[in-house]
Ligand binder design. Structure first.
Ligand code: HEM
Length: 507
């Protein structure tokens, strides 16, 4: 007992005063324990906390014994660059704990990670994406119909309000079930599987907390400390296994392309390898989360900001209604891509409320790495927090204002900005991550997001439910969440949120 106490005290003293990172500013508790991160992961406010830490301590903050957060576009490039001397942090291995084998996101080794990306790329070719489009549209049509109380009633009256966080969540999960496995979850049409959305969210939230304290898992304390989140994670693992078992059994029966089929059929020439059955299950588990929660958050956030900024809403609606004369013209492709204002609104919404708001940690490898001229020794976890850099006024003047025009050229749009300003904004923009491990589904996601919002605007007038403030900030939520016109998210690695409550009427 006394020896243990002595050991702990020595470590704490070392970490506070003698550790190589001791000279960097940050909250006192975080100097000697990662419970600081676990606590904020529990509160779901890590994204906001990073913003405040940088406001208080500057661009380089020590927020854990071995962890540094930075807040510049140069750091963004240097930490995540393909040639950076870094690998994904051990944090990511927590996801592997449940699937037993690595998936792309949890693979630290560069060569192995590159192999997995080459395999996944074969499942996401432009031709494959085209093949998935009918599945995306089928779900989008159902979703649009469900915005009305009675789809046959085309009278111009406001329908009862829909909670967009729920409905967009159900939509993107149905899409992901279809395009990953050819197995729709039917969340839009039945409440049987809707519970799954909570399970996924809680499961990832649980992993997020445990990822910051891997010791919790080693000692199996997760079952005591994070019981409900742990149960959710196991449910999520079982569900993925069940889905993949079903999909394996369909081999040869499904003719159209889906991601799982693409992964099964993929072979890497460089290594002469394919994915094993276990790796396929793990990869499928990743795709469900990677492609659904993030896309749902982005669609919901865009709707929130459009409805809180009537001028932007009117301009976006005008663009969509002038570009298309028939609903079925609205799908991924050149015509949809001409809707620059719609695209700028989505980009700006993901800047204001990124679906992954915290740091995507990278660990300095042997020899350490130098970021923004500062050397960090091997083993240091360094990251740039998405929400913090997205609200850094050096790159985004008036960072808390929704201004889609910051992404538009002044030569083409009267209130746009210069090419240099857009370049600067892009240099700090990272909702999809950047560099070696950046998101592989960006094109798919934009097609989905623009198609869904485009169709809603083509079909309906929309308004916030009178009297409802769900999704908004407010004084009662504390200083950090007091902005009424900011969509409130809870950081669970991805994001959890509620609202806005929206009413629709046929145009
Ligand atoms: C708005 C929607 C989306 C957002 C905001 C988003 C965001 C992200 C982020 C932040 C990462 C982590 C990057 C890193 O660690 O540096 C990621 C990784 C990934 N995303 Fe997405 N994502 C979206 C949609 C999708 C979709 C639709 C798919 C696939 C169908 C997808 C597939 C992936 C994959 C496979 C990875 C792992 C990449 C790797 O580790 O190398 N994502 N995404």
């Amino acid at each position: 007992m006394a020896e243990g106490l002595f050991y702990m005290t020595t470590i704490i003293i070392y970490r506070i005063w003698f550790h190589p990172l001791a000279k960097y500013p940050g909250p006192f508790v975080a100097k000697f324990t990662d419970w600081y991160s676990v606590y904020h992961a529990f509160l779901g406010d890590r994204h906001i906390d990073f913003h405040q830490l940088h406001e208080k301590y500057g661009p380089t903050v020590r927020y854990g014994p071995h962890r540094i957060a930075m807040n510049s576009n140069t750091a963004l490039r240097e930490v995540y660059h393909v040639r950076s001397n870094s690998q994904k942090s051990q944090f990511f291995t927590v996801f592997q704990h449940f699937f037993k084998v690595n998936m792309i996101m949890t693979t630290l080794d560069h060569q192995e990670h590159a192999f997995k990306r080459r395999i996944a790329a074969q499942a996401l070719t432009p031709a494959a994406l085209k093949g998935m489009e009918p599945l995306i549209l089928r779900n989008t049509r159902i979703f649009c119909e469900k915005m009305l109380d009675n789809p046959d009633d085309k009278t111009k009256k406001w329908n009862s309000a829909r909670n967009m966080s729920d409905w967009c969540g159900w939509l993107v999960n149905d899409i992901m079930g279809d395009i990953t496995f050819h197995r729709n979850w039917n969340m839009l049409t039945s409440d049987e599987n809707r519970e799954l959305l909570k399970v996924l969210n809680q499961g990832v939230g649980g992993l997020n907390m445990m990822g910051h304290m891997p010791g919790v898992l080693k000692l199996q304390l997760d079952k005591i400390l994070f019981r409900s989140a742990t149960e959710s994670t196991y449910k999520y693992e079982r569900l993925t296994e069940e889905q993949t078992a079903w999909r394996f059994a369909q081999e040869g029966k499904i003719q159209e392309h889906d991601i799982f089929g693409g992964l099964m059929g993929a072979h890497d020439k460089e290594t002469n390898r394919s994915l094993t059955r276990e790796e396929l299950i793990a990869e499928a588990g990743l795709f469900i989360i990677a492609g659904s929660d993030t896309t749902g958050s982005a669609i919901t956030a865009t709707i929130f900001y459009l409805l809180h900024n009537p001028e932007c809403y009117a301009r976006c609606e005008k663009e969509v209604r002038e570009t298309f004369s028939d609903l079925e013209e609205i799908h991924g492709g050149e015509q949809l891509d001409t809707c620059q204002y719609l695209q700028a609104c989505i980009t700006e919404a993901m800047r204001m409320s990124p679906g992954v708001g915290g740091t995507l940690l990278r660990e300095a490898m042997k020899g350490g790495m130098t970021i923004d001229g500062t050397y960090f020794p091997e083993g240091t976890d360094v990251g740039v927090a998405n929400y913090a850099i997205h609200h850094n006024a050096d790159y985004y003047p008036e960072p808390f204002a929704f201004r889609p025009q910051r992404w538009l050229l002044s030569s083409q749009h009267k209130d746009g900005v210069s090419a240099e300003e857009i370049q600067l904004a892009k240099s700090a923009y990272t909702p999809f991550g950047v560099g070696r491990a950046s998101c592989m589904g960006q094109k798919l996601a934009y097609n989905e997001m623009m198609g869904v919002i485009g169709r809603l605007m083509f079909l309906y007038d929309m308004r916030l439910q009178p009297g409802s403030s769900l999704g908004e900030g407010g004084e009662h939520m504390g200083k950090n969440r007091s902005r009424k016109d900011e969509f409130q998210m809870w950081d669970v690695f991805v994001a959890s949120h509620q609202g806005p409550m929206v009413e629709f009427r046929p145009r």
